[in-house]
Design a protein around this ligand. Structure first.
Ligand code: ZN
Length: 370
């Protein structure tokens, strides 16, 4: 279970960074954001002649952090990095990178290396190596943009002072925190917000096509999922991201945005639905982790392209709380304690406004808005 706020490592990191807070996970994200805002202001602000796009922002941040990003697209890149850093500079850790990235036990997407031979003023004191290869799942290639920002997040926090070389597993609270910083900075709000408002100007809901157009125009290397999550974070209307996997077709993951999360938290007694009442209602789709998808359910129908607009208007969904602690607010907060407090079996009912689903390798992803 990911519980960044109750993690001693996160408290310790906040102390190291001089962030005084009762909510250290959120405030570390805010701290990094303010740091970047200051650099942008010093560089002339957003737009020409200052920072005109996300690439210019990345260049600025890397310069401020004495950091270089090396991307691995093919096997030749390992040879190139070994030549450049191990042979050329005596940084022997680069000679063992291939083994680290190809370790089947602990799949590595990126690493951040502090060069031992570089002096304090070297512009390449920190090297982030990002695996961008198209492996069988395509996951590393798809995640390359987010991986890069995840390593930048490390440099701003865990690697701000003498490097911390601890290996952390993917569900470590510090790793979750790095993802939150990566989303905040890699989808920098002054660039994302106007693009999102533009896309939503003529529509009441967020669509997959809008996400794609935002990627194309503003974040050309970003993955669909990371961009979708960043957009959900900034959208004030309630929506839930759902993953459904076969066989048998069942709901594997539900992630609400902050508005949906607040909705569920604040629902009045009469809006709440209990386990028993929802099971008896055949016109209602249960959105709950582990739930089997019934034939004829909204997921089957949307996938087959059968769902009609007026059907959507009358369709009800009962949303059960997510089974892990993440929601797409400013930060995935500690939902576990709150869900225990509110009672696990309570859902809130919403009238479906829009649902879109798409098949991706191994699963079906859907965005439900209500
Ligand atoms: Zn990490």
């Amino acid at each position: 279970m990911i519980r960044p706020n109750s993690s001693p490592e996160v408290h310790e990191l906040a102390n190291t960074l001089g962030v005084e807070s009762n909510d250290p996970a959120v405030d570390i994200v805010v701290h990094c954001r303010q740091w970047v805002d200051r650099w942008v202001a010093e560089a002339g602000g957003i737009g020409p002649p200052g920072i005109s796009d996300i690439n210019a922002l990345e260049t600025l941040i890397k310069r401020k952090l004495s950091m270089v990003v090396e991307e691995i697209f093919s096997e030749d890149d390992f040879v190139r990095l070994t030549d450049k850093y191990a042979r050329g500079m005596g940084e022997y850790v680069f000679a063992g990178l291939r083994a680290k990235f190809d370790d089947p036990e602990t799949p590595t997407f990126g690493v951040l290396i502090q060069r031992r031979t570089a002096d304090e003023t070297a512009p390449d004191r920190f090297i982030a190596v990002v695996d961008c290869r198209s492996d069988a799942s395509g996951e590393k290639f798809a995640r390359r943009y987010f991986t890069k920002w995840h390593e930048i997040a490390h440099r701003m926090t865990t690697h701000r002072f003498p490097a911390d070389i601890a290996y952390r597993s993917e569900d470590d609270p510090i790793e979750t925190l790095m993802d939150a910083v990566a989303s905040e900075i890699g989808f920098y709000e002054p660039f994302l917000s106007p693009a999102l408002q533009d896309a939503l100007a003529h529509d009441n809901w967020l669509t997959f096509e809008m996400i794609e157009s935002i990627i194309q125009r503003v974040f050309p290397d970003a993955s669909f999922q990371a961009t979708l999550f960043a957009c959900m974070r900034l959208t004030p209307t309630p929506m839930v991201y759902v993953e459904v996997a076969d066989e048998p077709l069942s709901i594997q993951k539900t992630i609400p945005n902050a508005a949906a999360y607040a909705h569920w938290q604040r629902a009045d007694e009469q809006d709440r639905v209990t386990e028993d009442s929802t099971q008896q209602n055949i016109r209602t789709t249960r959105i709950s982790c582990g739930e089997l998808v019934q034939p004829g359910s909204v997921f089957y129908r949307v996938q087959a392209g059968e769902l009609l607009y007026d059907e959507i208007e009358h369709h009800l969904c009962d949303f059960f709380p997510p089974n892990d602690a993440s929601y797409l607010g400013r930060f995935p907060c500690d939902a576990t304690e709150r869900s225990a407090h509110n009672g696990h079996n309570c859902a809130h009912r919403g009238v479906l406004a829009h649902i879109q689903a798409r098949r991706v390798p191994g699963k079906l992803i859907a965005l439900i808005q209500y």
